[in-house]
Every structure is written in structure tokens, then in C-alpha cells.
Ligand binder design. Sequence first.
Ligand SMILES: C[S@@+](CC[C@H](N)C(=O)[O-])C[C@H]1O[C@@H](n2cnc3c(N)ncnc32)[C@H](O)[C@@H]1O
Length: 258
Amino acid sequence: MKQTQVTKPPYSSLADIYDEVMHNVDYESWADYLDEIILQHQPEAAEILELACGTGTIALSLEELDCYNITATDASADMIRIAKKKGVQVNSEIHFHTMDFLNINLAKTFDVVFMVFDSLNYLHNGDEIIKLHNEVRKVLKPDGIFVYDFTTPRNSRKAISYLNNESKTIDRKFRYFRESSFDGKNRIHTNLFRIQYLNHKNGSVESTHEEIHHQKIYTIDEMETIIKQTDFTILQAYDGFELKPAHEKSLRITMVLQ
Ligand SMILES: C[S@@+](CC[C@H](N)C(=O)[O-])C[C@H]1O[C@@H](n2cnc3c(N)ncnc32)[C@H](O)[C@@H]1O
């Protein structure tokens, strides 16, 4: 049978295998960390909005804490399709919507808006990052907080060794390969995913989809300069998953803005 090879937009074909690709990410601890940040900076919070929620794993973990009403959104309809399916399986009350975070269109306001796992790094310039902050402002209550992380050049340089040439077969239905590279001069991290759809009887490849993801990697100084051009102030820049201040060796920085 003739194989087909198709190039797809980011987070379309990847949606079906995203949770397997991320199997070693401890989302429950990540949700606990967000909960600690919320308790620290917005202890009365009830209404929460997640942007770029992917397949909904963090939102579903946060919901288990039984403290918040959660709306969760992502630009990819395929990621939201998986999130909704997982929500139905656990009788979740989370409202999942497909929505671009550069065009937020919701008829309510929130105590906390958050976005995790490098999603900010999909924005390639300061103007887009400022636009994101302006969009969030429209749906944030007056003393609400905006929490997000971004990954740093140091993290990209470290991650190449374990991300590049990663491959795995999943349920005899899919096989994926990842090529990961970092252009340190322009600070662009590229992940190419090649996803093969397998014939479940004989394992032959029926079709191959490719997705290329480009992320712009920012330093903390660059992010601080961009944030100064918004009407947010930085309450705290945390180091990774700690409640300690970020520093020049931080691999991931979690910003808390008001
Ligand atoms: C690395 S994934 C993180 C997903 C999820 N937060 C998690 O922790 O697994 C990045 C996500 O950002 C989403 N995304 C990228 N650009 C977006 C945009 N402009 N608006 C909304 N979501 C976007 C992608 O669809 C993808 O689900």
C-alpha cells in the first residue's frame, strides 16, 4: 500500500499521542505548585482560567483539589478534543474551549489566569507578548493575578541531549520520532515530530505526519523589559517549581503578575 506523508500544523496530529510523549511530566506536582502560588498571592481565588491548556491534564488535576471553578482553553481544536474526552471520563465540570490566547473572547472575569509549560515561548516577539498581556487584562478581575512560565536559553541547551532523536512506539498504533535543535544565536528552539500511523495487524507504516514547532527562547532580562511595556507589575519571578526567586541559572521561570 502506498504510504502518505503530510505536514500538519503544530498540535494537530501530536494531540493523539501528546499524553504519551509527556508521560514523564509530573502534572500533579505542577498543579500543586500552582495551587501554592495561588494560596500565596490570591488566597480567595475561585474563578480560574487556563490558557494553552493542551489536553487538560493540569486543569483536571487542579479540579481534584475541589477549590476552583475552572475554564480551560487552547488554540488547537485537536488538543481540546482530547481534553474534553478526558473530562467526560472523570465527570469533570471544567469548561474546555478552543480559543487563541491572542484573541480572548469570554463573557466572565477571573481571579487567576494561568498558562504553563513553555506555551509563552510560542510567541516570537515582544509585540505578541504585550498583546497577550492586554488580552488577559480584559478578563482578569481588578486584583487578579496572571501566572505563566517560560523556558530559558540554558534549559534549551541542556534539553537537546535528551529530546533530540527521541522515539517511541505507542499501543502498536503510533510511532514517533523527535528531532530537537537549538539555534543559540537567534534563540529559536525547534522540535520536529514525525508521527507514523501503524497498521495494528502487521505494524507497517500507513501514513506519516510531520509537525514542526518553533519556540523563541527568552532571558529573564528580556521578559522583564517586555513586561514593563504592559500594565502588569511583577509580584514574583520564581525559579522553576520553587517558591524561591529566579536567578541567571534558572531553567524555567514562573512569573506572577498583577
Ligand atoms: C507545550 S504545550 C503545553 C500544553 C499544556 N499547557 C501542558 O502543560 O501540557 C503548548 C500549548 O500551547 C498551545 N498554543 C500555542 N499557541 C497558542 C495560542 N496562540 N493560543 C492558545 N494556545 C496556544 C498549543 O496548542 C499547545 O497545546
